[in-house]
Write a protein that binds this ligand. Structure first.
Ligand SMILES: [Fe+2]
Length: 217
């Protein structure tokens, strides 16, 4: 991933405290070099998670922001319209991740939303169109029992990802499920097929997502 020193200097004020958009100590793990897939983890989540969660659950009640799917849970759209410092921060973090991954200094967000899953909800395999990279952020994994380690788990199953094809190139025989603990943010090419396993918890499971295109400038 490309690193521009400026990325470590930009800050956003959240409840009176300046928070680095991209803290210098942020861990970034390469899940796959080609196709490019990285996993970052932010460890300052106590500074913004509570308020971000509160705002999303409040917006979920407003029809103008929310679409409720039959199986896949709620989508609360447009992170940049949520109007809080916490949403501004996480939006900036996702954008910074995209910029570092593609080596550009600006980006176009073609879509962004929060996904709220409740008991027995899941997302079937899909990919995202009209964009080149997608970012998913784990805000709240919820309280699923997780006995098999798969409860509400985000996973990639795509023949272009070597980790999914452990027996024969181009044949998916397993899934790649990164460690999406709270504060984890993954970026992957939008064409990769991914899904979310059924969630069994009683508390809402909340992730955020963005689709990005390159800026023409
Ligand atoms: Fe997706």
């Amino acid at each position: 991933m490309s690193k521009d020193d400026q990325i470590y200097k930009d800050k956003i004020k959240v409840r009176g405290k300046s928070i680095n958009i991209w803290p210098a100590k942020t861990e970034v793990l390469e899940i796959s070099d080609s196709p490019m897939t990285y996993l970052a983890h932010f460890d300052d989540i106590e500074k913004y998670h509570d308020k971000l969660k509160e705002r999303i659950l409040e917006l979920e009640k407003e029809e103008s922001h929310t679409h409720r799917f039959k199986i896949g849970g709620s989508k609360v759209r447009y992170v940049h319209e949520w109007g809080t410092a916490e949403s501004k921060l996480i939006n900036a973090r996702a954008t910074a991740f995209f910029c570092q991954a593609v080596g550009r200094s600006n980006a176009v967000i073609t879509a962004s939303w929060a996904s709220i899953s409740r008991k027995n909800e899941y997302l079937a395999g899909h990919s995202h169109d009209d964009c080149i990279a997608s970012v998913v952020y784990m805000l709240e994994p919820g309280n699923g029992k997780n006995e098999n380690g798969l409860d509400g788990k985000f996973a990639i199953t795509d023949p272009r990802v070597p980790g999914c094809c452990n027996k024969e190139e181009g044949r998916v025989t397993m899934e790649v499920s990164p460690d999406m603990k709270p504060g984890a943010m993954i970026i992957f090419p939008s064409e990769l097929v991914h899904h979310v396993h059924p969630y069994t918890g009683d508390e809402p499971r909340i992730t955020l997502a963005w689709n990005f295109k390159l800026s023409e400038k």
